[in-house]
Design a binder for this molecule. Structure first.
Ligand SMILES: Cc1cc2nc3c(=O)[nH]c(=O)nc-3n(C[C@H](O)[C@H](O)[C@H](O)COP(=O)(O)O)c2cc1C
Length: 159
């Protein structure tokens, strides 16, 4: 049981090579250069791919793609072509070999720098070498757990 499951967290779609995996266990580790850590369970096909890839993408989609998040989080790339299954568009990146997701409002291209292994998870650390973002108003999906989603409020509190 994860005692933090009621704390809503933004969901990133990790792309490694041609596979997609939703991930809310990601963290900014350093701001300059920008280093991002993603914690991936050793049983995920994404874990297998990350050990064989030099890079990965971090993609953020709008709440309108929540069905794709759910789908990619309940299937494995070992047996499923998730780009085909979600109808998301595979987009070649500029500086990495892993694909990005065309529909993303923000995509980060990360080059793998390091990894730290724990008992069931590995923290893969990537340096952001390029990003692409779209302008506009977007609602980012926040997951409470694997099946319940909300999105950020429009309310802004200034101090
Ligand atoms: C919203 C959401 C967030 C998730 N976050 C993570 C995560 O941070 N780390 C992880 O290892 N799995 C996470 N998962 C589970 C994987 O996405 C899921 O097991 C997926 O099917 C693995 O796909 P793969 O076998 O193609 O890698 C998450 C699933 C969902 C739906």
């Amino acid at each position: 049981m994860n005692i933090l499951e009621k704390i809503p967290k933004p969901v990133a779609l990790i792309t490694v090579m041609e596979n997609i995996m939703p991930c809310y266990n990601f963290i900014v580790l350093e701001e300059d250069p920008l280093l991002i850590g993603i914690s991936v369970h050793t049983e995920r096909f994404t874990h297998y791919l990350l050990n064989r890839s030099f890079d990965f993408g971090l993609n953020f989609v709008d709440i309108s793609h929540v069905g794709a998040i759910n789908y990619t989080g309940r299937t494995t790339g070992e047996h499923t072509d998730k780009f085909y299954g979600t109808k998301l568009t595979k987009k070649p990146a500029k500086l990495i070999r892993s694909y990005l997701i065309e529909e993303s409002i923000l995509s980060l291209e990360c080059v793998k720098k390091d990894k730290i292994s724990f008992s069931e998870h590995t923290l893969f650390i990537g340096q952001v070498v390029n990003f692409e973002s779209k302008d506009g108003e977007f609602k980012i999906p926040l997951a409470y757990d694997y099946r319940r989603y909300t999105y950020q409020s429009d309310e802004v509190i200034e101090f």
